[in-house]
Design a protein around this ligand. Structure first.
Ligand code: GTP
Length: 602
C-alpha cells in the first residue's frame, strides 16, 4: 500500500455510544471477520481473561476498496473512561483523524466533550457521526443541534448511522478515506518508529505496537532504542488483522506490532523512538507522562506471596505505565507497595486484573490523594532542604505544629444533564465543595455545567450520587486542575488503643467529625465480634472525636450441626479456616481484608 492509500484513525465516544459495535461492523464489511458474530472483536479484555494474555488498547487493520482502489485502514482503539485520558491521548498520537461518535438518543455527554478537546488538541480531522438512528426515540435533529452548539460542527457534515443494523457504514468508510489525510511519512528516509503501546504477553514476551513514521522495518533487522541505546533483532513484525498476522515488512505510514526478544518489562517504553542500528534519527518527543491522582497501599494477603505480588505488579505495569509503584512497609500488613493510579476505576481494574490474571490475592488500603504542605523554616533538613512536602501516605504527614499551609489537588469537572435537575446539581456541587464556573444550555432541554472540585471530593460516591439525583441521565468527566490552598487534618483510628496505620487518613476540616463517626461505625459493622470487647476510636491529634464498641461474641460454626456428621463438621471447619486466610491481625484483633475498602463506601 502506498502511503496515500493508508488511513490511521480512531473512534472516540462516550461509554456505550456504540464504539465496539461500529468497530465490529467495520471488520465485517471489509471481510476481516465473518458476518454475524457479534463478539466485539476489539474488546479483548474478555479474551484476555480467557487466554491469560494481556492486551489493552488495540489496533486493527482493514482493507477496503473505494472507487476501485484498495486502502489500508488502521483502526486504533481508545479506552473511553475518564481515568484513561492518558491512554486516549497516546492512541491519538498515532492517528490523523477520528470518528466522533454520538448516540442519537442520549446526545452529547461529558466524555464526548472531553474526548473532543483531546482530539482537537491533537489536531485530528474529526468526522462527526450520529449512531443508533434506528432507535424509536432517536432525536438526530436535536443532537445535531447540540453538536453544532458545543463543538461548532456544521450540521451538514454529520453522518447518520446505525452501527447495530449496518446502516450508513459504507458511507462512513468512504468519509474516512475522503476526509482523513493519509499519514505523513517518507519510505526512502531512515527508519523512525515510535512505540504507542506495549504489553507483556505471557508466551511471547514483550510486544510493542509501532507507528512507522519514516522508512521501512523488516523482520530480522536490528533496531536500536533511542532512549536506552540498546539494540534488538526483530524476531517478528506484523499487523493486527484483527489478531496478530506476521508479515515481512512494515512501511512508513503503517502501524503494526513487533517482537524483539525483550525480556525486561522496562525496555519498551511508550513514547520511545526506534531506528536502524547505527542509523540514529532525531527521536520524537515522548508523551507527557500520566500523573497519578489516587494513591493506595497494596499488600499480599499472605506475606509469603510477596514475590508473586512483585512479579505480577511488574508485569501488569508494563501494560499500564500510568501506575506509579513504590515499595512500602506496614506494621500490620508487612511488605508491600504504595501505588499511584489515575482514578478510582483505574485502581479497581488494576486490582481485579491482579487477582484474575495472576491469581494474587491482595489487601488494599483506603485510597487518598496527594496533599502538599508548606513547612516552617526555609530549609528543613528532615525534608531534604525543602520547605514543601508532598504527602502520599497519610501516616507520613509531618507534625501539624510545623506546617504553615496545606494544598490539595483540584479537578475541572464537566457535567451534562437534563436541565430539570439543575437545582439538585447545584446542591450536589456545593456539598462536594465544588465551585460552579459556567453553566450553558446545549439545547433547549440539556445543560452543561463546569465546576472546580477538590479531587478528594469526587473520588468516592460523587458519581453515584450524580446518577441517582438525575435518574441516571447525567454524565460526568474531569481533568486535572493543579493545587489549591486548603485546611486539612490527620485522622487516626484505634482498636483497643492500638493505632491502625492502614486507616489513617487526611481529610478536610469540615469533614473530620462526620468521617470519623462513619468509619468507626463501619469498623463496628465489618469487624466480626471476638471473644472480648473492642473499642473503636477516631482521633485528631490524640483527641477522641468518635467512638464505638464491638461487643464480645464467639462464632461457633458447628453449632448448627446437631449430632455426629463428622465429614460435614470437618467441611465447615475447613471453610472457616479458609475464611481466616482473608483476615488480618492487628494486636489480637482479626480484621477481614476487605474491611479497608469497605469502610470507604458511605
Ligand atoms: P464501551 O466499550 O462500554 O465504551 O461501549 P461502546 O461505546 O463500545 O458501546 P457498544 O458498542 O458496546 O454498544 C453499547 C450498546 O449500544 C450495545 O448494547 C449495542 O448493542 C448498542 N448499540 C450500538 N450501536 C447501536 C445502534 O446503531 N442501534 C442500536 N439500537 N443499538 C446500538
Amino acid at each position: 500500500f502506498p502511503v496515500e492509500n493508508i488511513r490511521n484513525f480512531c473512534i472516540i465516544a462516550h461509554i456505550d455510544h456504540g464504539k465496539s459495535t461500529l468497530a465490529d461492523r467495520f471488520l465485517e464489511i471489509t471481510g476481516t471477520i465473518a458476518k454475524g458474530n457479534n463478539q466485539q472483536v476489539l474488546d479483548r479484555l474478555q479474551v484476555e481473561r480467557e487466554r491469560g494474555i494481556t492486551v489493552k488498547a488495540q489496533t486493527a487493520s482493514l482493507v477496503h476498496t473505494y472507487k476501485g482502489r484498495r486502502y489500508l485502514l488502521n483502526l486504533i482503539d481508545t479506552p473511553g473512561h475518564v481515568d484513561f485520558h492518558y491512554e486516549v491521548s497516546r492512541s491519538l498520537k498515532a492517528c490523523n483523524g477520528a470518528i466522533l461518535l454520538v448516540d442519537a438518543n442520549q446526545g452529547v455527554q461529558a466524555q464526548t466533550v472531553a474526548n473532543f478537546y483531546m482530539a482537537f488538541e491533537a489536531e485530528l480531522i474529526l468526522i462527526p457521526v450520529l449512531n443508533k438512528i434506528d432507535l424509536k426515540n432517536a432525536q438526530p435533529e436535536q443532537v445535531a443541534e447540540q453538536m453544532h452548539n458545543v463543538f461548532d460542527i456544521e450540521k451538514s457534515e454529520i453522518l447518520k448511522i446505525s452501527a447495530k443494523q449496518g446502516t450508513g457504514i459504507d458511507e462512513l468508510l468512504s468519509a474516512v478515506i475522503e476526509r482523513i489525510p493519509s499519514p505523513p511519512g517518507d519510505r526512502s528516509k531512515p527508519l523512525k518508529a515510535f512505540v504507542f503501546d506495549s504489553w507483556y504477553d505471557r508466551y511471547k514476551g514483550v510486544v510493542a505496537h509501532l507507528a512507522i513514521c519514516d522508512g521501512v522495518i523488516k523482520k530480522g533487522e536490528r533496531i536500536t532504542c533511542a532512549s536506552s541505546g540498546k539494540t534488538y533483532e526483530l524476531t517478528e513484525v506484523g499487523i493486527m488483522y484483527p489478531t496478530q498476522v506476521p508479515c515481512d515488512t512494515l512501511y512508513a505510514g503503517q502501524v503494526g506490532y513487533a517482537m524483539m526478544n525483550m525480556r525486561n518489562v522496562d525496555e519498551a517504553q511508550v513514547g520511545d523512538t526506534f531506528f536502524h542500528e547505527k542509523v540514529p534519527v532525531q527521536p520524537l518527543p515522548g508523551f507527557r507522562s500520566a500523573t497519578p491522582m489516587v494513591f493506595a497501599g497494596m499488600f499480599p494477603s499472605e506475606q509469603t506471596d510477596f514475590l508473586t505480588l512483585r512479579n505480577a505488579i511488574e508485569k501488569l505495569t508494563l501494560n499500564d505505565r500510568s501506575v506509579q509503584v513504590k515499595m512500602d512497609n506496614s506494621p500490620a500488613l508487612g511488605q508491600g507497595y504504595r501505588l499511584g493510579f489515575l482514578g478510582l476505576l483505574h485502581m479497581d481494574v488494576f486490582n481485579q486484573r491482579l487477582e484474575q490474571e495472576f491469581d494474587v490475592s491482595t489487601i488494599m488500603t483506603a485510597p487518598n490523594v496527594a496533599y502538599k504542605m508548606k513547612i516552617k523554616g526555609e530549609k528543613n533538613i528532615k525534608f531534604h532542604g525543602s520547605d514543601e512536602v508532598t504527602v502520599l501516605n497519610p501516616c507520613l504527614m509531618p507534625d501539624p505544629a510545623i506546617i504553615t499551609e496545606y494544598y490539595e489537588p483540584m479537578v475541572n469537572g464537566t457535567i451534562i444533564s437534563p436541565a430539570e435537575y439543575l437545582n439538585q446539581l447545584t446542591a450536589l456541587c456545593h456539598e462536594h465543595r465544588g465551585r460552579i464556573k459556567d453553566q450553558v444550555y446545549i439545547d433547549n432541554t440539556r445543560v452543561m455545567m463546569q465546576a472546580k472540585f477538590p479531587l478528594s471530593e469526587i473520588l468516592v460516591d460523587f458519581f453515584d450520587e450524580l446518577k441517582s439525583i438525575t435518574s441516571g441521565y447525567a454524565s460526568f468527566d474531569y481533568e486535572d486542575a493543579g493545587y489549591e490552598i486548603t485546611e486539612v487534618l490527620k485522622l487516626t483510628f484505634c482498636l483497643n488503643g492500638r493505632e491502625v496505620d492502614e486507616l489513617t487518613m487526611i481529610c478536610h476540616v469540615s469533614r473530620a467529625r462526620e468521617t470519623a463517626s462513619r468509619i468507626c461505625l463501619k469498623l463496628k459493622e465489618t469487624i466480626p465480634r471476638q471473644q472480648f470487647v473492642i473499642s473503636v476510636q477516631g482521633k485528631v491529634n490524640q483527641k477522641v472525636i468518635a467512638r464505638e464498641d464491638i461487643k464480645a461474641f464467639r462464632k461457633d460454626v458447628t453449632a448448627k450441626c446437631y449430632g455426629g456428621d463428622v465429614s460435614r463438621k470437618m467441611k465447615l471447619l475447613k471453610q472457616q479456616a479458609e475464611g481466616k486466610k482473608r483476615l488480618r491481625r492487628i494486636g489480637n484483633i482479626d480484621i477481614p481484608n476487605d474491611a479497608f475498602l469497605q469502610i470507604l463506601k458511605k
